[in-house]
Ligand binder design. Structure first.
Ligand code: CTP
Length: 420
């Protein structure tokens, strides 16, 4: 669903159809959007802001001045992936076409670079007036998507064109506008329509209720992979042991331990076209975590460890057994400190992945906790591609390019990283 994860400003201007915007808000949220409602003063005469606040992902905003945060219009304009105005009144359309920022919604429309969808609703005479039709044509010529009103019964018992379009049409137009904007930014091509399962972060294995065994993984690389895959059109499910904020993806599942991660991943991998195991999953855990906090007075605890399930190896096994979707691509990560490639080769072979993203964590600017990373892509056939130090979202893009090539069954290309 292309709307999942999108940040949407839902603008509501003052017409009787404002009540229908409540249903649209609910449908956008159900589709996985993060929605901030923005109401004009007149809209609040038809429906209270509290109704929109209760159903939106964020409280409704109505004021250009006097709110908690300064310059709300530029903040909202930059935040939005998409602006939908429903209903758009004759006044809003006229002001927007003329470049007049009369209120918060008008200013947000001028301050955003996101795609804009407007859904006019007004009396038939007003809709057909040349002033409105000219303004609509001008907005269209600037790339604004206009969802034409339906014909039918209007307020006051009149008939004609002017009814706010049905929510399905508005949602379709919104999804189309988002997809077109992504395509224009060079995104949304190769992973569109694929389900991509990404894991991130380091698991925590409890010793007692307050202590755990952890590792240095921050989750940044995994979260970047999830976000970039979503930008490229994939439906992304992120299973994360990291405490980083949730990226904009279809679904985020928070886990703590290796066994929770294994259950979530193996429970979902049956429908995944791509699985990227970027999580640093603990290889062992305390066999019998104490239910009570261990105290010094009890003496030194004896820590008996047991192995955890190897999720990546299990994914490889299931695929080999024909239990995975046709063409599933499996990507693993390997953080090494010595004999890097040799160990990575053995790991790739043992776990049955298509690609291993290999990290020499002793290199400066690479691996745990850094904003940047430097990796070697190791393919099943033994080919390697060095990717020099770059921000983690850039590395994510390179890994996903490799995934797209693997989906097309093509060998690695020299252009995906620096020269080997
Ligand atoms: N992994 C996993 N389940 C585990 C441990 C690791 O799925 N229980 C995955 C990681 O997400 C990563 C890859 O396996 O994609 C490599 O993990 P690593 O711990 O380096 O591999 P090990 O097989 O544990 O190798 P070693 O400890 O010998 O380095």
């Amino acid at each position: 669903m292309p709307l999942a994860g999108a940040r949407v400003v839902l603008g509501v201007s003052g017409g009787i159809a404002a009540y229908k915007a409540v249903e649209l808000l609910r449908r956008l949220v159900d589709a996985g959007c993060e929605v901030t409602p923005v109401l004009t003063g007149t809209a609040t005469r038809f429906v209270g802001a509290a109704t929109f606040s209760a159903l939106g992902s964020h409280p409704a905003e109505t004021e250009l001045f006097g709110g908690a945060a300064p310059i709300p219009h530029t903040r909202l304009g930059r935040w939005a992936d998409l602006v939908v105005v429903a209903p758009a009144t004759a006044r809003l359309i006229g002001e927007y076409a003329a470049g007049i920022a009369a209120d918060l919604l008008g200013a947000t429309l001028l301050a955003t670079r996101a795609p804009v969808v407007i859904c006019p609703a007004m009396h038939a005479e007003m809709w057909e007036h040349p002033a409105v039709q000219d303004a609509v044509a001008l907005l269209r010529s600037r790339g604004v998507v206009v969802v034409e009103p339906d014909s039918g019964r209007l307020a006051g018992g009149d008939e004609g064109p002017g009814r706010l379009a049905a929510p399905e049409r508005i949602l379709d137009a919104a999804a189309g506008a988002l997809a077109a904007a992504r395509a224009a930014r060079g995104l949304g091509g190769e992973l569109a329509g694929l389900e991509v399962l990404v894991t991130a972060g380091g698991t925590r294995e409890p010793i007692d209720p307050v202590r755990f065994i952890a590792n240095r993984s921050s989750g940044r690389q995994g979260h970047a992979l999830a976000e970039v895959a979503a930008e490229r059109g994939a439906r992304v499910v992120l299973v994360t042991a990291s405490e980083l904020p949730a990226p904009r993806v279809a679904e985020v599942v928070r886990v703590e331990t290796a066994s929770e991660l294994a259950a979530e991943v193996l429970g979902r991998s049956g429908s995944a076209d791509v699985v990227v195991m970027a999580a640093a999953v603990a290889d062992f855990r305390p066999a019998r975590p104490s239910a009570e906090k261990l105290a010094k007075a009890d003496g030194l605890p004896e820590l008996v460890l047991e192995p955890t399930e190897d999720v990546l190896a299990e994914l490889g096994r299931r695929r080999l057994a024909g239990e995975a979707p046709e063409g599933q691509v499996i990507v693993g990560f390997a953080a090494e400190t010595r004999d890097v490639l040799e160990r990575a080769r053995r790991k790739l072979e043992a776990k049955g992945a298509d690609l291993l993203v290999v990290n020499d964590v002793t290199r400066p600017g690479a691996g745990f906790g850094h904003e940047t990373n430097a990796v070697t892509l190791l393919y099943r056939g033994g080919e390697t591609v060095e990717v020099p130090t770059a921000p983690k979202p850039t590395i994510a893009g390179v890994v996903l390019d490799a995934v797209a090539r693997l989906r097309r069954n093509r060998p690695p290309a020299r252009d995906e990283g620096a020269a080997p």
